[in-house]
Design a protein. Sequence first.
Length: 128
Amino acid sequence: MKKRIWAGRILSGLGVAFLVFDIVIKFTGSTPVIEAMERLGYPIRMAPVIALLEIPCLVLYLIPRTSVLGALLWTAFLGGATASQVRIGEPLFSHILFPSYVALFLWGGLWLRNDRLRALLPVARQQA
């Protein structure tokens, strides 16, 4: 039980670390942010706006009582990121699926830490 909870914390922590980095970097106006926004077809002025939209999702995810809602909002947000990558024809495993990797960290960590979520979304074991 304790190992499962720590594994969940680590998975969640990896996802959260990436998202915090993503939010912070969007406020910097750095060259990689400018290039990414241009490549995706978004005006650079939208980078901090996107970051401001990400902050409440992250806060909701970090609060235990609202973490499932936060994960749902992140899933929608990351789905939009995936669609943006598909639209411009980016590589599958490194770009298109990257938001899915982040979502898996968020949901996987939450699933390992939350008994109620595990009851709602059980992983069935094959009977012998």
